[in-house]
Design a protein around this ligand. Structure first.
Ligand SMILES: Cc1ncc(COP(=O)(O)O)c(C=O)c1O
Length: 369
């Protein structure tokens, strides 16, 4: 009989030996070059005061929702905020979720059926893969951002296809050729789903909004745990897709809805974002400054995520530890999160990083590459 304990131990030991063992730590003392708080909203005192005021006026916001939104957990606040979000994004409607992970799980486990094929970019987020696993559809991968490869795959399919991409990839820090992919989706009658987790807030309301592609996608996911400094997510789609998800998506149906405070903090985040566009301007200045230091990076020159590939695990670890020693918090990503041979240091730039910090960070990195 298989001994599970032994198996768990061996798997953990293997990671320890490779230097890739994960653990949760409390080392948040230092200069933040690793969080998704791109605009500093998660630490913004003015926004905190706005939220405190809301809670003071209505302490009920902090209490539990008491059930699934299909039973006792719905509220006028969540419904009104969905309406508000719908208007911001110029989509027919929106459905809120407690996190982006849940939203992707709901979309991909529910919409595609067993006759369908889901074609995903090979670097798509894990939540999409997990959603696909819960569906009965077949999943195929296309080479990262490679439109020719995607078309090649589409051409060979006889059934209905879904295409899943991110507008800005969080491991590579590069953009999907979204207009070309939208064209292909149209040409092959496929349904396009776009995850805007990292673009939302950094590039206005995301790239679908910037390129006005609302009518070319079946759904997009915007998440609120990154540039908005809160948590939660919305699926933007049409009324039929929303109703289908409400009826058939297990991650929507079989879970307790979040507190109203979560939905209110999302709305406050949108309003704050709109009133403080200088934050994203500052972020883009910082991205430019980082890029002007001429480190070799596969990331786009406009991306708030900048990857520095260091294929030797030990060297990568050393680099990160040196940075840590100098008070810089960064994140090293090993396989299997990224492909073997493309292990990297992932740097997230923020509106609040200073010129001195960015220049010093790049000086240390240069010693290792
Ligand atoms: C591209 C992408 N999609 C979805 C998610 C999940 O979003 P959340 O953190 O809100 O669950 C993430 C977060 O890491 C992400 O990077």
């Amino acid at each position: 009989m298989h001994n599970h304990t032994e198996y768990f131990q061996q798997a953990l030991e293997k990671r320890r030996e490779e230097g890739t063992l994960r653990s949760v730590r409390l080392d948040s003392q230092g200069v933040d070059f690793y969080s998704n708080d791109y605009l500093g909203l998660a630490r913004n005192k003015e926004l905190q005061n706005i939220l405190l005021q809301k809670v003071n006026e209505n302490p009920q916001l902090l209490s539990g929702s008491t059930g699934s939104r299909l039973i006792s957990g719905n509220s006028s606040i969540v419904a009104l905020n969905e309406e508000f979000i719908t208007k911001q994004h110029q989509f027919p409607t929106a459905l809120l979720f407690p996190s982006g992970y849940n939203a992707n799980l709901a979309l991909f486990s529910t919409l595609p059926n067993r006759h369908d094929t889901i074609i995903v970019d090979e670097q798509i987020h894990r939540s999409v893969h997990d959603g696909c696993r819960l569906s009965n559809a077949r999943k195929l991968k296309f080479l990262h951002n490679n439109v020719e490869d995607l078309e090649d795959i589409l051409r060979r399919q006889s059934g209905h296809c879904y295409i899943a991409v991110e507008s800005l990839y969080s491991m590579e820090g590069d953009f999907a050729p979204i207009s070309e992919i939208a064209e292909l989706a149209k040409k092959y009658n496929a349904d396009l789903i776009v995850d805007e987790a990292h673009a939302f807030g950094v590039f206005g309301y995301g790239l679908i909004d910037q390129y006005q592609l609302q009518e070319n996608v079946l759904a997009t996911v915007v998440t609120y745990g990154k540039a908005l400094g809160s948590y939660g997510a919305a699926i933007l789609c049409n009324e039929m897709v929303k109703s289908y998800l409400i009826n058939f998506a297990s991650p929507f149906i079989y879970t307790t809805s979040a507190q109203d405070f979560q939905w209110e903090s999302i709305k406050a985040g949108y309003e704050f974002l709109k009133a403080h566009q200088e934050l994203s301007e500052k972020l883009h200045e910082n991205i430019q400054l980082f890029r002007s230091q001429n480190l070799n990076s596969p990331s786009s020159e406009k991306s708030p995520v900048q990857a520095i590939v260091v294929t030797n695990n030990q060297r990568l670890k050393q680099m990160q530890q040196t940075l840590h020693g100098e008070g810089f918090l960064t994140y090293a990503i090993y396989s299997p999160t990224v492909k073997e041979g493309s292990e990297r240091l992932r740097i997230c730039l923020h509106s609040f990083n200073t010129e001195k910090e960015i220049v010093r960070l790049t000086e240390i990195i240069r010693e290792f590459i």
